[in-house]
Design a protein around this ligand. Structure first.
Ligand SMILES: [Zn+2]
Length: 493
């Protein structure tokens, strides 16, 4: 823990490298005539700097993140949705940076921006690295952008040092056109098209103004139809794997004082809609003992959901007795289970009326798919007993299900050593084990897992805040991410 807090401080202040240089300079000054000492110190200082490339991996990368953060469809806050004018401008900017890094660029039939290097003697299987260029409404500037910018910066370093053309595999950076799903309420449009799992019916989904995905593509001179959508799909044989760098969007890395973590897997998710119906009535005339109040029932349901998800081991056993729990570990479930009620509405929603109906949503996430089913089963049992006791009717509907994705252990162990090496080189300290975290948020890696094995690296963000203008990543952490990707590419390709 001591070394963790040290690295945290060092990364925040980034004083270490000047410190190392100045100590070296003092030693050299003591040992040599002044002029020779000055020359040696300059040489060493440049050598150290060149090895760590702060001018590309930190200064330029951070400047690019800020530049991209200003590319918005509205004044005053960041919003860049699928193929909006700002997202086209952002794509153009990214394409320029890809070209600057020595990559051949193009835009595909779903607006994804690609940059590829095809070294002369490389095999056919390409490593894909990506993240998304779209944002939520009133977004932060690191979500998605950090993954794209750090990959381009790492490749730029390899290009400048002449190592790009000696890679044994092609490398392709992809800036996905849609991950957040803000415009069409359908996430992963870009990555699902490349993975070959985007349903053709998606092309006909309308946005708020009535324009369909296909209309919007056409407006941007992209002629993608039901007939040619499948051409966007990559063949699994042509791909080595997919790697994504992303901000953590949670507080764990900050709490342990480290800039990078490897992602074990991405949580599976279920979204439920619960409707509770009672007896609507006058707030002044119906005695408390005679009420069938669906809002109070909903409140009890929500509190019981919280207890269940805080301590699933108190409610669910894995002895196999209920037929659901024999294939998962309650311990692993406890470690990753999170449940949220984020939306609630009452009818008729008036201060002097006992509500007649309440509708609320439940979002359940865990890395353990079978455990998630066990939680839903237990929740449904609790719901029926609470609703029976309160004489209200309850209906639970499943609105969305996505299974968990496990990251590839091989890719993960390479990412882990790359992150470890990068942090050691930056700080000169042994930081101990690089942590392994679970992702509660969905990422393009989820869609790409249908095509190939995936690996992810998380980067610390301030306060764990994301999807907010408060989102922030330290400059040195941007540097650490770029250095780790550069190391990963150099040692594995
Ligand atoms: Zn994201």
């Amino acid at each position: 823990m001591a070394s963790h807090s040290t690295i945290n401080k060092l990364c925040k202040s980034s004083k270490l490298i000047p410190l190392v240089i100045s100590l070296f300079t003092i030693v050299v000054l003591l040992l040599s005539p002044i002029s020779a000492a000055a020359a040696a110190s300059t040489h060493v200082s440049d050598g150290l700097k060149n090895n760590l490339f702060p001018e590309i991996l930190r200064e330029e990368a951070v400047a690019r993140l800020y530049e991209l953060g200003k590319v918005s469809d509205v004044d005053g806050y960041l919003e860049r949705t699928f193929l909006s004018p700002a997202s086209i401008r952002a794509g153009n900017l990214i394409q320029t940076w890809m070209g600057d890094a020595g990559l051949t660029t193009w835009v595909d039939g779903l607006g994804n921006v690609h940059g590829r290097v095809q070294p002369p003697n490389a095999s056919k299987k390409a490593l894909l690295i990506g993240s998304h260029l779209d944002t939520v409404v009133d977004a932060g500037m690191f979500d998605g952008a950090l993954g794209i910018v750090s990959a381009i910066s790492a490749l730029k370093v390899l290009n400048i040092t002449g190592r790009l053309r000696h890679l044994r595999h092609p490398v392709e950076v992809i800036a996905f056109s849609d991950e957040e799903g803000v415009r069409f309420q359908s996430t992963f449009l870009g990555s699902e098209a490349i993975a070959g799992v985007l349903p053709v019916s998606t092309l006909q989904i309308p946005d708020k103004s009535g324009l369909t995905v296909q209309n919007v593509l056409k407006e941007n001179l992209i002629d993608t139809t039901e007939a040619n959508l499948s051409l966007l799909k990559y063949e699994p044989e042509s791909v080595l794997g997919y790697v994504e760098v992303h901000i953590e969007q949670g507080p764990v890395l900050e709490s342990i004082g480290l800039p990078l973590a490897v992602v074990k897997g991405i949580a599976g998710q279920t979204r439920l809609k619960v409707t509770v119906r009672g007896s609507q009535g006058h707030a002044g005339t119906v005695p408390m003992s005679m009420r069938q109040d669906p809002l109070v029932a909903a409140a009890e349901l929500i509190v019981s959901l919280e207890s269940l998800c805080k301590n699933p081991q108190d409610f669910i056993s894995n002895d196999g007795s209920d037929g659901h729990c024999n294939a998962f570990s309650v311990k692993s479930l406890s470690g990753s289970l999170v449940c949220t009620v984020g939306e609630i509405s009452t009818w008729p929603s008036a201060s002097n009326v006992i509500p007649g109906q309440v509708v609320f949503t439940v979002d359940i996430r865990t890395i353990d798919d079978i455990g998630r089913e066990a939680v839903i089963y237990e929740l449904s049992n609790q719901m029926h007993s609470i609703c029976d006791r309160r004489s209200v009717s309850c209906l639970m509907e499943r609105k969305h299900d996505a299974n968990a994705v496990s990251c590839d252990s091989g890719l993960n162990s390479h990412l882990k050593s790359a992150a470890y090496g990068a942090l050691k080189r930056m700080t000169g300290e042994d930081i101990g084990d690089v942590p392994v975290l679970m992702s509660g948020a969905g990422h393009d890696a989820m869609a790409m897992s249908h095509l190939t094995k995936v690996g992810m690296l998380f980067v610390r963000c301030r306060g764990g805040i994301s999807h907010s203008p408060e989102e922030h990543v330290l400059e040195d952490d941007v540097w650490a991410a770029g250095l780790a990707i550069q190391a990963f590419l150099e040692t594995n390709l």
